[in-house]
Design a protein around this ligand. Structure first.
Ligand SMILES: [Zn+2]
Length: 306
Protein backbone atom coordinates (compact mmCIF):
# COMPACT_ATOMS: atom_id res chain seq x y z
CA UNK A 1 0.00 0.00 0.00
CA UNK A 2 1.23 3.45 -0.87
CA UNK A 3 2.29 5.53 2.09
CA UNK A 4 1.14 8.68 0.31
CA UNK A 5 -2.43 8.51 -0.83
CA UNK A 6 -5.69 10.40 -0.94
CA UNK A 7 -8.66 8.73 0.71
CA UNK A 8 -11.85 10.19 -0.72
CA UNK A 9 -14.59 10.35 1.91
CA UNK A 10 -17.14 12.25 -0.16
CA UNK A 11 -17.46 14.12 -3.44
CA UNK A 12 -20.72 16.09 -3.34
CA UNK A 13 -20.96 19.85 -3.27
CA UNK A 14 -23.78 21.62 -1.40
CA UNK A 15 -25.97 18.57 -0.71
CA UNK A 16 -25.22 14.85 -0.52
CA UNK A 17 -26.84 12.57 -3.09
CA UNK A 18 -27.69 8.85 -3.03
CA UNK A 19 -24.21 8.06 -4.39
CA UNK A 20 -22.15 10.91 -3.00
CA UNK A 21 -21.50 12.03 0.57
CA UNK A 22 -20.78 15.69 1.32
CA UNK A 23 -17.15 16.17 0.38
CA UNK A 24 -14.26 15.25 2.66
CA UNK A 25 -10.75 13.85 2.17
CA UNK A 26 -7.89 12.36 4.14
CA UNK A 27 -4.40 12.69 2.74
CA UNK A 28 -2.10 10.02 4.16
CA UNK A 29 1.45 11.32 3.91
CA UNK A 30 3.91 8.88 5.47
CA UNK A 31 2.89 8.78 9.13
CA UNK A 32 0.83 11.98 8.96
CA UNK A 33 -2.90 12.32 8.29
CA UNK A 34 -4.43 15.53 6.88
CA UNK A 35 -8.20 15.79 6.99
CA UNK A 36 -9.51 18.30 4.44
CA UNK A 37 -12.98 19.85 4.51
CA UNK A 38 -14.97 17.40 6.64
CA UNK A 39 -18.52 17.74 5.30
CA UNK A 40 -21.55 16.22 7.00
CA UNK A 41 -21.20 12.47 7.56
CA UNK A 42 -17.40 12.48 7.61
CA UNK A 43 -17.14 10.40 10.82
CA UNK A 44 -19.11 7.54 9.24
CA UNK A 45 -17.32 7.81 5.89
CA UNK A 46 -14.01 7.47 7.77
CA UNK A 47 -15.33 4.23 9.22
CA UNK A 48 -16.23 2.93 5.75
CA UNK A 49 -12.84 4.04 4.41
CA UNK A 50 -10.87 2.44 7.25
CA UNK A 51 -9.43 5.71 8.52
CA UNK A 52 -9.35 6.08 12.31
CA UNK A 53 -9.58 9.28 14.35
CA UNK A 54 -6.09 8.52 15.63
CA UNK A 55 -4.68 8.81 12.10
CA UNK A 56 -5.61 12.49 11.78
CA UNK A 57 -2.97 15.04 12.80
CA UNK A 58 -3.98 18.15 10.88
CA UNK A 59 -7.42 19.42 9.88
CA UNK A 60 -7.55 21.90 6.99
CA UNK A 61 -10.79 23.75 6.33
CA UNK A 62 -10.98 25.85 3.19
CA UNK A 63 -14.11 27.76 4.23
CA UNK A 64 -17.21 27.47 6.34
CA UNK A 65 -19.96 26.58 3.89
CA UNK A 66 -21.69 23.51 5.31
CA UNK A 67 -20.43 21.01 2.75
CA UNK A 68 -16.87 21.79 3.96
CA UNK A 69 -17.27 21.80 7.74
CA UNK A 70 -20.51 20.31 9.10
CA UNK A 71 -18.72 17.04 9.85
CA UNK A 72 -16.21 18.73 12.14
CA UNK A 73 -18.19 18.40 15.41
CA UNK A 74 -18.56 14.65 14.90
CA UNK A 75 -14.91 14.14 14.00
CA UNK A 76 -13.69 16.14 17.01
CA UNK A 77 -16.08 14.28 19.34
CA UNK A 78 -14.82 10.98 17.96
CA UNK A 79 -11.19 11.99 18.42
CA UNK A 80 -11.92 12.87 22.06
CA UNK A 81 -13.84 9.63 22.59
CA UNK A 82 -11.04 7.56 21.08
CA UNK A 83 -8.54 9.22 23.39
CA UNK A 84 -6.35 10.92 20.81
CA UNK A 85 -3.32 12.20 22.71
CA UNK A 86 -1.17 13.65 19.92
CA UNK A 87 -1.41 17.35 19.04
CA UNK A 88 -4.01 18.05 16.34
CA UNK A 89 -3.76 21.29 14.38
CA UNK A 90 -6.81 22.91 12.84
CA UNK A 91 -6.32 25.45 10.03
CA UNK A 92 -9.14 27.67 8.78
CA UNK A 93 -9.76 31.22 7.49
CA UNK A 94 -9.02 33.59 10.37
CA UNK A 95 -12.05 35.83 9.70
CA UNK A 96 -14.32 33.02 10.82
CA UNK A 97 -12.86 32.16 14.23
CA UNK A 98 -16.33 32.41 15.75
CA UNK A 99 -17.74 29.88 13.29
CA UNK A 100 -14.94 27.47 14.11
CA UNK A 101 -15.60 27.97 17.84
CA UNK A 102 -19.29 27.21 17.27
CA UNK A 103 -18.45 23.95 15.52
CA UNK A 104 -15.79 23.05 18.07
CA UNK A 105 -18.20 23.48 20.95
CA UNK A 106 -21.37 22.39 19.12
CA UNK A 107 -22.19 19.55 21.51
CA UNK A 108 -21.67 18.73 25.15
CA UNK A 109 -19.28 15.99 26.16
CA UNK A 110 -15.60 15.24 26.29
CA UNK A 111 -13.47 17.70 24.30
CA UNK A 112 -10.29 17.08 22.37
CA UNK A 113 -7.76 18.76 24.64
CA UNK A 114 -4.85 18.52 22.20
CA UNK A 115 -6.51 20.65 19.49
CA UNK A 116 -4.41 23.64 18.44
CA UNK A 117 -6.08 26.26 16.27
CA UNK A 118 -4.07 27.77 13.40
CA UNK A 119 -6.25 30.53 11.93
CA UNK A 120 -4.97 31.47 8.47
CA UNK A 121 -4.80 35.25 8.17
CA UNK A 122 -3.04 35.56 4.83
CA UNK A 123 -0.89 33.83 2.23
CA UNK A 124 2.09 31.90 3.51
CA UNK A 125 3.50 28.97 5.46
CA UNK A 126 1.30 27.63 8.26
CA UNK A 127 3.25 24.58 9.42
CA UNK A 128 6.94 23.93 8.77
CA UNK A 129 8.42 20.55 9.67
CA UNK A 130 11.58 18.84 8.40
CA UNK A 131 9.50 16.48 6.25
CA UNK A 132 7.00 18.97 4.78
CA UNK A 133 5.73 22.52 4.61
CA UNK A 134 2.02 23.35 4.67
CA UNK A 135 1.10 26.62 2.95
CA UNK A 136 -2.16 28.45 2.33
CA UNK A 137 -3.37 31.07 -0.12
CA UNK A 138 -6.55 33.11 -0.33
CA UNK A 139 -8.96 31.94 -3.02
CA UNK A 140 -11.84 33.81 -4.64
CA UNK A 141 -15.25 32.72 -3.32
CA UNK A 142 -18.34 34.36 -1.77
CA UNK A 143 -16.95 33.90 1.78
CA UNK A 144 -13.33 33.86 3.11
CA UNK A 145 -11.70 30.81 1.54
CA UNK A 146 -8.15 29.46 1.46
CA UNK A 147 -6.52 26.70 -0.57
CA UNK A 148 -3.71 24.51 0.73
CA UNK A 149 -0.44 23.17 -0.57
CA UNK A 150 1.75 20.52 1.04
CA UNK A 151 5.34 20.46 -0.18
CA UNK A 152 8.25 18.21 0.68
CA UNK A 153 11.63 20.03 0.58
CA UNK A 154 13.75 19.54 -2.54
CA UNK A 155 16.71 17.29 -1.84
CA UNK A 156 19.44 15.49 -3.81
CA UNK A 157 19.55 11.82 -4.71
CA UNK A 158 23.05 10.30 -4.26
CA UNK A 159 24.42 7.99 -6.98
CA UNK A 160 26.06 5.04 -5.13
CA UNK A 161 28.30 4.05 -8.08
CA UNK A 162 29.73 7.57 -8.36
CA UNK A 163 30.31 7.71 -4.59
CA UNK A 164 32.10 4.33 -4.66
CA UNK A 165 34.24 5.37 -7.65
CA UNK A 166 35.55 8.28 -5.55
CA UNK A 167 36.00 6.19 -2.42
CA UNK A 168 33.28 7.95 -0.43
CA UNK A 169 31.50 5.75 2.12
CA UNK A 170 29.66 5.85 5.45
CA UNK A 171 29.60 9.11 7.41
CA UNK A 172 31.47 10.90 4.60
CA UNK A 173 28.33 10.68 2.46
CA UNK A 174 26.32 12.67 4.99
CA UNK A 175 29.17 15.16 5.39
CA UNK A 176 29.35 15.70 1.62
CA UNK A 177 25.58 16.20 1.51
CA UNK A 178 25.66 18.76 4.32
CA UNK A 179 28.78 20.66 3.28
CA UNK A 180 28.45 20.48 -0.52
CA UNK A 181 31.99 19.21 -1.08
CA UNK A 182 34.53 16.86 0.48
CA UNK A 183 38.29 16.41 0.15
CA UNK A 184 39.22 12.78 -0.38
CA UNK A 185 42.22 11.08 -1.97
CA UNK A 186 43.87 14.46 -2.39
CA UNK A 187 41.09 16.09 -4.38
CA UNK A 188 37.87 17.94 -3.70
CA UNK A 189 34.67 16.13 -4.73
CA UNK A 190 31.65 18.34 -5.36
CA UNK A 191 28.15 17.20 -4.39
CA UNK A 192 26.87 17.71 -7.93
CA UNK A 193 29.40 15.12 -9.26
CA UNK A 194 27.84 12.29 -7.29
CA UNK A 195 24.17 13.25 -6.99
CA UNK A 196 21.21 14.65 -8.88
CA UNK A 197 18.25 16.84 -7.91
CA UNK A 198 15.38 15.01 -6.20
CA UNK A 199 12.41 17.37 -6.25
CA UNK A 200 10.14 17.11 -3.21
CA UNK A 201 6.63 15.83 -3.81
CA UNK A 202 3.81 18.34 -3.79
CA UNK A 203 0.09 18.10 -3.13
CA UNK A 204 -2.44 20.88 -3.68
CA UNK A 205 -6.03 21.25 -2.53
CA UNK A 206 -8.26 23.82 -4.23
CA UNK A 207 -11.90 24.10 -3.32
CA UNK A 208 -14.63 26.62 -3.90
CA UNK A 209 -13.15 29.40 -6.01
CA UNK A 210 -13.37 31.19 -9.29
CA UNK A 211 -10.27 31.25 -11.49
CA UNK A 212 -7.60 33.31 -9.69
CA UNK A 213 -3.81 33.62 -9.52
CA UNK A 214 -3.74 31.87 -6.12
CA UNK A 215 -5.21 28.70 -7.61
CA UNK A 216 -2.40 28.53 -10.18
CA UNK A 217 0.22 29.25 -7.50
CA UNK A 218 -1.09 26.51 -5.21
CA UNK A 219 -1.11 24.00 -8.06
CA UNK A 220 2.41 24.87 -9.29
CA UNK A 221 4.16 21.58 -10.24
CA UNK A 222 1.91 19.54 -7.94
CA UNK A 223 2.23 15.78 -8.21
CA UNK A 224 -1.43 15.57 -7.19
CA UNK A 225 -3.98 18.38 -7.45
CA UNK A 226 -7.39 17.86 -5.85
CA UNK A 227 -9.61 20.47 -7.47
CA UNK A 228 -13.25 21.36 -7.27
CA UNK A 229 -15.11 20.99 -10.54
CA UNK A 230 -18.60 21.81 -9.44
CA UNK A 231 -19.93 22.48 -12.91
CA UNK A 232 -19.72 21.38 -16.54
CA UNK A 233 -19.12 23.87 -19.33
CA UNK A 234 -22.89 24.09 -19.96
CA UNK A 235 -23.21 25.73 -16.51
CA UNK A 236 -20.20 28.07 -16.89
CA UNK A 237 -22.39 31.11 -16.17
CA UNK A 238 -23.50 29.60 -12.85
CA UNK A 239 -19.89 28.81 -11.98
CA UNK A 240 -18.95 32.45 -12.56
CA UNK A 241 -21.90 33.74 -10.58
CA UNK A 242 -21.26 31.56 -7.50
CA UNK A 243 -17.45 31.58 -7.49
CA UNK A 244 -16.88 28.02 -8.66
CA UNK A 245 -14.80 26.23 -11.27
CA UNK A 246 -15.90 24.19 -14.25
CA UNK A 247 -14.16 20.91 -15.01
CA UNK A 248 -12.55 22.63 -18.00
CA UNK A 249 -11.15 25.38 -15.77
CA UNK A 250 -9.77 22.76 -13.35
CA UNK A 251 -8.05 21.23 -16.38
CA UNK A 252 -6.65 24.61 -17.35
CA UNK A 253 -5.20 25.18 -13.86
CA UNK A 254 -3.59 21.72 -13.98
CA UNK A 255 -2.19 22.29 -17.48
CA UNK A 256 -0.73 25.75 -16.87
CA UNK A 257 0.72 24.75 -13.49
CA UNK A 258 2.52 21.59 -14.64
CA UNK A 259 0.39 19.22 -12.52
CA UNK A 260 0.89 15.47 -12.94
CA UNK A 261 -2.35 13.99 -11.58
CA UNK A 262 -5.62 15.94 -11.45
CA UNK A 263 -8.36 14.67 -9.14
CA UNK A 264 -11.75 16.17 -9.96
CA UNK A 265 -14.35 16.33 -7.20
CA UNK A 266 -17.03 18.48 -5.46
CA UNK A 267 -19.71 17.84 -8.06
CA UNK A 268 -23.06 19.56 -8.30
CA UNK A 269 -26.03 17.32 -7.53
CA UNK A 270 -27.30 17.88 -11.08
CA UNK A 271 -24.63 15.47 -12.37
CA UNK A 272 -25.10 11.77 -11.90
CA UNK A 273 -22.51 9.04 -12.33
CA UNK A 274 -23.42 8.95 -16.03
CA UNK A 275 -22.13 12.52 -16.42
CA UNK A 276 -18.64 11.64 -15.22
CA UNK A 277 -17.23 11.02 -18.69
CA UNK A 278 -18.40 14.44 -19.84
CA UNK A 279 -16.74 16.23 -16.90
CA UNK A 280 -13.52 14.26 -17.34
CA UNK A 281 -13.49 14.98 -21.08
CA UNK A 282 -13.96 18.69 -20.51
CA UNK A 283 -10.98 18.69 -18.15
CA UNK A 284 -8.98 16.56 -20.61
CA UNK A 285 -9.60 19.05 -23.41
CA UNK A 286 -7.37 21.47 -21.45
CA UNK A 287 -5.05 19.06 -19.61
CA UNK A 288 -3.08 16.19 -21.16
CA UNK A 289 -1.98 14.60 -17.86
CA UNK A 290 -3.69 11.94 -15.80
CA UNK A 291 -7.22 12.70 -14.59
CA UNK A 292 -9.21 10.83 -11.94
CA UNK A 293 -12.88 11.58 -11.39
CA UNK A 294 -13.17 10.97 -7.65
CA UNK A 295 -15.79 8.57 -6.29
CA UNK A 296 -16.64 8.20 -2.61
CA UNK A 297 -14.22 5.84 -0.80
CA UNK A 298 -11.65 5.86 -3.62
CA UNK A 299 -8.02 5.56 -2.54
CA UNK A 300 -5.80 7.39 -4.98
CA UNK A 301 -2.01 7.05 -4.72
CA UNK A 302 0.16 10.13 -5.04
CA UNK A 303 2.12 9.35 -8.24
CA UNK A 304 5.64 8.01 -7.60
CA UNK A 305 8.45 10.44 -8.32
CA UNK A 306 9.09 10.89 -12.03
ZN1 LIG B 1 -18.51 23.62 -1.48
Amino acid sequence: MSSRELVVLGTASQVPTRTRNHNGYVLRWDGQGFLFDPGEGTQRQMLFAGVTANQVHTICITHFHGDHCLGLPGVLARMALDGVTHPVQACYPAENRAVFAGLRHAALGRELTTLRERPVGGDGVIVEEPAFRLEARRLSHSVPTVGYRLAEPDRRRMRPADLAARGIYGPDVGRLEREGSLVTGGRRVMLAEVSEPRPGQRFAFIMDTGLCDAAFALAERADMLVCESTFAESEAALAREYGHLTAGQAGRIAAESGVRLLVLTHFSQRYDRGDGDRLAQEAASAFGGQIVLAQDLDRISVPPRA
